[in-house]
Design a binder for this molecule. Structure first.
Ligand code: ATP
Ligand code: MG
Length: 635
């Protein structure tokens, strides 16, 4: 077996790839953590002969999951790609669908409720009108479930008022009942439920542990308590865990990430050797690394580590730049001027090589305005990945449902697809009727589609269900006869179900999403691989990004890299946030600043404004943590 797949790795990375599990890798930004994890997966499959379906690769955000998937796709043929690469939530949703029949508290044919809908439900349950209160209550309950706790007490909840915490605790039973009534789970249940089930039922735990030979986790510092427990339970006796992370980039404490757990890896996995370090940075110039190291050194809690340039010859790079403006409007113009001058200096530069990273979204408006006036294309990156339009989800559901009909039998794992298929195209099915089918299927231990014939109902009531099942069977027959590519299969499901006509007349954003979903299907190689992606909920595909300067929050930028990074709005009160000190989150704010600095490959441009709204501002205290000589044009 050649070791081509290890080529180019440095010795520390190589050691991490080959180390037996359990193993933790703690290393700074741009040191190749994600790369090392990806190469380990490739090594496990190609050299150690591991079955790709027995590897579980998980992380916290969809962006990071997409990055993992992309790196694996570069090095593995489609049929050898691991089947389980995704976020914690997506992986557990799939596990529960495929193998959750005996999980206590898991409703049959359950659906996963989106954040916004969950908030509405919560507000209804508590008779709450004020949206802000609703959002805060939802945050508290999410933190609570993420800590597997019953009462919202302790440091994690310090930023909320006592009355709100009491209200949240009191609301929990009603909210839980409302979810149960709809046979729905919220995102946090997707983690909490499997953890409880495995704790209570050793047989179930053993069965799930046997599914995977290794659990690989990226961005380990973002993992919350429930997720840490989940990893430990899934890893089982053998403690087969490989995790990579950077405590200096821990910026999700406010969402419950438990960085302390990262530092306690050895307690949880006693057989683990010391954490491995990767210290060579392949991303940034030496000046940028010096700035980042100096800022990280101010974090009293971070494990000490430094970033070193890839080799002694690597560029020192131009000095960092700091600009002081009077007003936000002026700052916008300064950002535009900076971008234009970068383009002037290197005409080959694409707009997408530069990014403007912000502490808060309110900073974006004057900048967007100025860039528009200067004719610079910009793309504001949304805080949350938008859910694909329901037309697309429906077409994918029809395909999954059809694929689940094999040898004349329905697979209960596709029950959620059946539910979506019933809803679109609309057949006027009542929720009550659907609930009856669900209960009946539960009692009979059948897939929803298989339970239709024995449902006690009038022929009229049964007809729309039968129509769905018959249509899916016809699509299944066409799939079997034509053996189409993944993209053609999706098209077949859309036309066979009757969705295609509506799609042709859909508004432009839906059509764009449809094309993106189509392109994603085409990229996925085989129909089997595509079916896996659908089951993990990550087959939406991203639309081809136009060439534009990205504007996004720093939280959103983690794990990404750009040639040129601009960091406006660096005032005390904005960054760090004015409540940070009182809430004890000053260090987390600094880590966010560190994340910002380390996104840059070549240049860093910082600015602050003397008069933001009606207060007179001071520069962010973090600027002073960067050694002043890095701003000067001397070596
Ligand atoms: P972050 O903390 O920001 O997530 P990371 O530690 O995951 O960063 P990667 O994204 O894996 O770092 O790597 C940073 C960059 O360095 C990538 O462009 C990657 O391709 C490159 N890189 C990693 N290892 C090597 C190597 N041995 N030789 C050359 N380039 C490398
Ligand atoms: Mg990474």
């Amino acid at each position: 077996m050649t070791e081509q797949h290890l080529a180019g790795l440095n010795p520390a990375q190589r050691a991490a790839v080959l180390a037996p599990a359990p193993q933790l890798v703690i290393a700074g930004a741009g040191s190749g953590k994600t790369e090392t994890l990806a190469r380990r997966v490739v090594d496990l499959i190609l050299r150690r002969g591991e079955d790709p379906s027995r590897l579980l690769c998980i992380t916290f955000t969809t962006k990071a999951a997409a990055e993992m998937r992309a790196r694996l796709a570069q090095r593995l043929p489609p049929e050898q790609l691991p089947r389980w690469v995704g976020t914690f939530h997506a992986a557990m949703a799939r596990l529960l669908v495929e193998d959750g029949a005996d999980v206590p508290g898991l409703p049959r044919g359950f659906s996963i409720i989106p954040q916004a809908e969950a908030r509405r439900l919560l507000m209804q349950a508590g008779g709450i009108r004020d949206a802000q209160t609703g959002a805060a209550l939802q945050e508290v309950l999410s933190l609570l479930k993420g800590r597997l706790a019953k009462t919202p007490r302790g440091k994690a909840f310090a930023r909320f008022e006592g009355a709100l915490l009491d209200q949240a605790a009191a609301l929990l039973p009603d909210y839980t009942a409302a979810l149960a009534e709809r046979a729905a789970l919220d995102f946090d249940d997707l983690i909490a439920l499997p953890v409880r089930a495995m704790r209570d039922d050793p047989d179930l735990a053993a069965r799930w542990q046997a599914r995977w030979s290794e659990i690989l986790v990226d961005e380990f510092q973002d993992t919350n308590l429930a997720q840490h427990r989940l990893v430990k339970l899934l890893a089982g006796q053998g403690a087969r865990v490989f995790a990579v992370g950077d405590d200096a980039q821990a910026i999700y404490g406010w969402r419950g990430a438990a960085v302390a757990e990262l530092r306690r890896f050895a307690e949880h996995y006693p057989t683990a050797p010391a954490a491995l370090r990767l210290e060579t940075n392949y991303r940034s110039t030496r000046r940028i690394l010096l700035a980042a190291n100096a800022v990280a050194a101010c974090d009293p809690e971070a494990l000490r580590k430094v970033l070193r340039p890839a080799d002694a010859k690597s560029a020192l790079g131009p000095p960092l730049s700091l600009t002081i403006l009077e007003t936000p409007g002026e700052e916008g113009k300064a950002v535009a001027k900076r971008l234009l001058s970068l383009r002037q200096k290197s005409p080959e530069l694409a707009w997408r090589d530069a990014a403007v990273l912000l502490r808060a979204t309110f900073l974006a408006e004057p900048i967007q305005l100025a860039l528009r006036e200067a004719g610079i294309p910009t793309a504001m990156v949304a805080e949350r990945e938008p859910e694909p339009p329901k037309e697309i989800l429906a077409a994918q559901a029809w395909l999954r449902l059809a694929l689940s009909f094999r040898q004349g039998a329905w697979d209960p794992a596709a029950d959620d697809a059946f539910r979506r298929a019933c809803a679109m195209p609309a057949r006027g099915l009542s929720g009550r009727l659907f609930a009856r089918l669900r209960d009946h299927a539960g009692e009979a231990g059948l897939a929803l589609a298989a339970a239709i014939p024995t449902l006690k109902a009038t022929d009229d009531d049964r007809a729309p269900f039968l129509a769905v099942a018959e249509t899916a069977k016809a699509i299944a027959a066409a799939l079997a006869a034509q053996r189409p590519s993944p993209a053609d299969a999706l098209q077949l499901a859309a036309s066979g179900s009757g969705l295609a006509a509506g799609l042709r007349q859909a508004p432009a954003p839906v059509i764009a999403a449809w094309e993106a979903a189509f392109a994603a299907a085409a990229r996925s190689g085989s129909l089997a691989a595509y079916a896996d992606a659908l089951a993990l909920g990550n087959a939406a595909g991203e639309a081809e990004a136009p060439d534009a300067v990205a504007l996004m929050t720093l939280h959103r930028a983690k794990g990404l890299e750009f040639d040129h990074v601009l960091l406006p709005g660096l005032e005390d009160g904005v960054f760090p946030h004015f409540r940070a000190e009182a809430q004890g989150s000053l260090d987390e704010e600094r880590r966010l600043f560190y994340v910002g600095l380390t996104r840059a490959r070549k240049t860093l441009w910082l600015s602050w404004v003397r008069h933001r709204r009606d207060w007179a501002a001071k520069p962010s205290r973090f600027i002073a943590e960067i050694p002043p000589q890095l701003f000067r044009d001397v070596a």
